[in-house]
Design a protein around this ligand. Structure first.
Ligand SMILES: N[C@@H](CCC(=O)N[C@@H](CS)C(=O)NCC(=O)O)C(=O)O
Length: 211
């Protein structure tokens, strides 16, 4: 949960207001119930602090006292270790490796499509829309296999996937009927009270929260 500006918290997150990668980290923080200061960033005009702290000037960037972390995968795993409850990774090495590989593929294949839909020109956005839809439909067996993404419990992988599913209506992606397990999966996450806490005001407008 983002704290009021007057409070000083240990953690500060530089985050833009509508970004699947920042949303991923905000969802980890919300699932853990961690209080933090949120610094809204316009990536076209990054604040001086961010320019000094992160050589890539990217968001999300997390500051925990003297520690500065960037890259959503690094930040998410750090938060899961720093705030162990509830755990967002399975315990056995095989399941952990599978989830890490899934997160890598989401980062390399799904996220660039989401970013191109939002920021690309018309042709790039249209191609990305088509590609993302194909990727999702191709992953249907994974959404059907367990309650959450590749895991019986909510995990860091869901924190990476759910922000993309949340945006499908705003991306203009309508999934076919046979992809209902993806919609059902999304609803299981969106109904979690932590999910609401992960959203910025801009992201709240992207679709209706389920009852
Ligand atoms: N690999 C980075 C990428 C994050 C990313 O693409 N962030 C975008 C905003 S959604 C950004 O900061 N763009 C501005 C820049 O990179 O200068 C991560 O996982 O954190």
């Amino acid at each position: 949960m983002a704290a009021s500006p007057r409070m000083r918290n240990t953690l500060t997150l530089f985050s833009s207001s509508d970004c699947v990668v920042c949303h991923r980290v905000r969802l980890v923080l919300a699932a853990k119930g961690v209080v933090y200061d949120l610094v809204p960033v316009d990536t076209a005009k990054p604040p001086e602090d961010l320019l000094d702290l992160n050589p890539y000037h990217s968001v999300p960037t997390l500051v925990d006292r003297d520690l500065v972390l960037y890259a959503a995968c690094v930040v998410s795993e750090y938060l899961d270790e720093r705030y162990p409850h509830p755990p967002l990774m399975p315990v056995d090495p095989l399941s952990r490796a599978r989830l890490r590989l899934a997160m890598l593929r989401i980062e390399r294949e799904w996220v660039p499509q989401a970013q191109a839909i939002k920021s690309g020109n018309k042709a790039q956005a249209e191609a990305a829309r088509k590609h993302l839809k194909e990727l999702l439909i191709g992953s249907l067996p994974l959404f059907k296999a367990s309650k959450f993404f590749l895991n019986p419990e909510m995990s860091l992988a869901d924190c990476a996937v759910a922000p993309i599913i949340w945006r499908l209506p705003s991306f203009g992606i309508l999934l076919p009927k046979e992809a209902k397990p993806i919609e059902d999966y999304g609803l299981r996450i969106f109904r979690n009270p932590a999910y609401l806490r992960s959203l910025t005001p801009e992201e709240k407008l992207l679709r209706e929260l389920p009852a």
